[in-house]
Design a binder for this molecule. Structure first.
Ligand code: SIN
Length: 307
């Protein structure tokens, strides 16, 4: 069976994955944290926690709230910054067989471009995922992704700053995600990932106050799966680029739905919190499904529900 997928066919380096199962940014650390739980080298790709130009402490606590079928986070991009990532993490990744993709975020377009430039040519880094979708920042992040023009500007600036394949991660917190996707594609993105979290909140009724320190957060987990699936379907019909589906994927059958909607690859996110092996379980489930259905190549399933 062939499970390999090419996510950056137009890029000089390409981004060939052995299989379509990736981890979602912010749910799998730098990969190293999970390496004792299963053989992470079996995955298609690992996307690390969002990285900013300077280290960040993140938002005030509490930053996590469980909901009935998902979780709200308002981490606020706590991370070690791009220089420490290059010094401390990339040398480890360079010894791995699984490609590592660095998710980058910024408050200004210039910051995105600077990070992309720092990452260019660093051994161990296979691609960049541009995070214009984090709902937990005072400036930048999802502000850029909510609007086709600003989304295109960030994409073009990052593309000009690096030769690495550039994936752009979209926010569902916009009126027309397909328009944003088209703008990002025209600005030169190599692939599009979607969706990031849906903005939400929880109120602590005893304190009569919002529960999260940042008041609002981003909702992820099974609660958002049908919305994410619909948006993947919409975007796959609007652009020619490879799509990476994300949002509440917990099982292999969730993943196959996204692939049939038009995603060439998928990201497992929140499911890893409850089951650290979730990405591998999803991969093994996809393989079992292909065997059972007599599918020889994953390409037969990509967009199958659209034909
Ligand atoms: C966060 O760090 O606040 C979450 C990151 C994201 O939503 O992209």
């Amino acid at each position: 069976m062939n499970l390999s997928v090419q996510l950056a066919p137009r890029n000089q380096h390409g981004l060939l994955l052995a299989n379509p199962v990736m981890t979602a940014s912010g749910t799998f650390g730098y990969g190293t944290e999970y390496s004792h739980t299963f053989d992470i080298q079996k995955l298609g790709a690992i996307v690390c926690k969002a990285t900013t130009l300077e280290p960040r402490d993140g938002n005030p606590q509490p930053r996590l709230a469980e909901t009935s079928c998902g979780v709200l986070n308002s981490i606020g991009l706590q991370n070690i910054g791009v220089n420490a990532l290059i010094k401390e993490k990339a040398p480890l990744w360079a010894r791995w067989q699984v490609p590592v993709i660095v998710n980058i975020a910024g408050e200004t377009i210039d910051q995105y471009a600077k990070i992309a430039n720092e990452l260019d040519g660093v051994a161990g880094i296979s691609a960049i995922e541009v995070n214009i979708s984090c709902p937990n920042m005072r400036a930048g992040g999802a502000e850029f992704g909510a609007n086709p023009k600003s989304a295109a500007k960030v994409t073009a600036a990052v593309k000009a700053a690096t030769s690495l394949p550039v994936l752009v991660k979209l926010t569902p917190n916009t009126s027309d995600i397909a328009k944003v996707a088209v703008a990002v594609a025209e600005a030169g993105a190599d692939a599009i990932s979607l969706i990031n979290t849906l903005k939400g909140m929880v109120i602590d009724i005893t304190r009569r106050r919002p529960l999260l320190g940042n008041i609002t957060g981003g909702l992820s987990g099974p609660a958002i799966k049908p919305a994410a699936l619909y948006m993947v379907y919409e975007v796959a019909g609007a652009v020619e680029l490879p799509i990476i589906g994300c949002g509440g994927i917990t099982t292999a059958s969730d993943a196959i739905e996204f692939i049939m909607a038009g995603a060439s690859a998928i990201q497992v996110g929140t499911a890893s919190f409850a089951n650290p092996r979730a990405p591998l379980d999803v991969l093994e489930g996809i393989e079992q499904f292909m065997k059972k259905e007599g599918v020889k190549d994953i390409a037969e399933l990509i967009g199958a529900a659209r034909r």
